[in-house]
Design a binder for this molecule. Structure first.
Ligand code: ZN
Length: 244
């Protein structure tokens, strides 16, 4: 089985279309989504349409939750809050229902899927110690996370020491060893924050035992213009150019 692993789409339709086009040429059987389909960007309905058509393995991100649970946005920055209030207004009822039904974590043969961290979807995984929180409760060899919008992986050698951390803002491939465990972040598809403005996603090949992080140029200007046209905070458009 070959999976495409997406995270933090954030209503960026041009980025999502580019990634799905690329994945469509790569013999993918199933798609995994580590949460945050909506929030920040200007096309939440269109992104929900595409993800739902895929019949993907999807978990709920904090923005997905805030879109359907008033009060959750109190933890957000002012700009993120403005975006989620707008998102709540424009999302179609069927998509609100879809987001409401998402689980915080899913387990499939070989991998866990969650948003920030396996024990708590709202926690960020940015350090080996933080990755250890997921590793401590994992039953599968892999755990896919998102939330930080930074492409990277952590390798745990089953020795009770913190895993090694491998940021990969330029993308890359690695081989999965049977006696190791991994926490893998495919990067922020629709709002990268690792200094690379290209859209990010991963391909997990179960038979070949590899994970590849791919970075793709897309029409950033189109995504920016839609954000500005929607009246969303200008910063949400600007940051896309810099990948921050
Ligand atoms: Zn996010």
């Amino acid at each position: 089985m070959r999976y495409a692993v997406l995270s933090d789409i954030h209503a960026n339709l041009p980025a999502l279309q580019r990634v799905l086009e690329d994945a469509g040429e790569r013999d993918i059987q199933r798609t995994i989504v580590c949460g945050d389909i909506v929030g920040y960007g200007a096309e939440p309905n269109e992104c929900c349409d595409l993800i739902r058509e895929l019949d993907a393995v999807v978990v709920r991100g904090n923005h997905d939750e805030a879109a359907v649970r008033p009060g959750k946005e109190q933890w957000f920055t002012a700009a993120a809050k403005a975006c989620i209030l707008w998102t709540r207004e424009v999302l179609r009822e069927e998509h609100l229902d879809f987001l409401r039904e998402l689980q915080p974590a899913r387990q499939i043969p070989g991998a866990h899927v969650c948003h920030g961290s396996l024990p708590d979807p709202d926690l960020y995984t940015t350090t080996p110690a933080e990755a250890m929180r997921s590793l401590a409760v994992m039953e599968e060899q892999l755990c896919f996370v998102g939330h930080t919008h930074c492409a990277e992986w952590y390798i745990y050698r089953n020795d009770n020491r913190p895993p090694s951390q491998h940021p990969r803002p330029e993308g890359g491939v690695f081989e999965l060893a049977d006696n190791r465990m991994y926490v893998i972040n495919p990067g922020g598809l629709g709002q990268p924050r690792d200094g690379n403005s290209q859209a990010s996603y991963a391909i997990w090949d179960q038979e070949a035992k590899t994970v590849e992080i791919r970075r793709l140029s897309y029409d950033i200007l189109a995504a920016q213009n839609k954000i500005l046209d929607a009246g969303l905070p200008v910063n949400m458009a600007e940051r896309l150019r810099y990948g921050i």
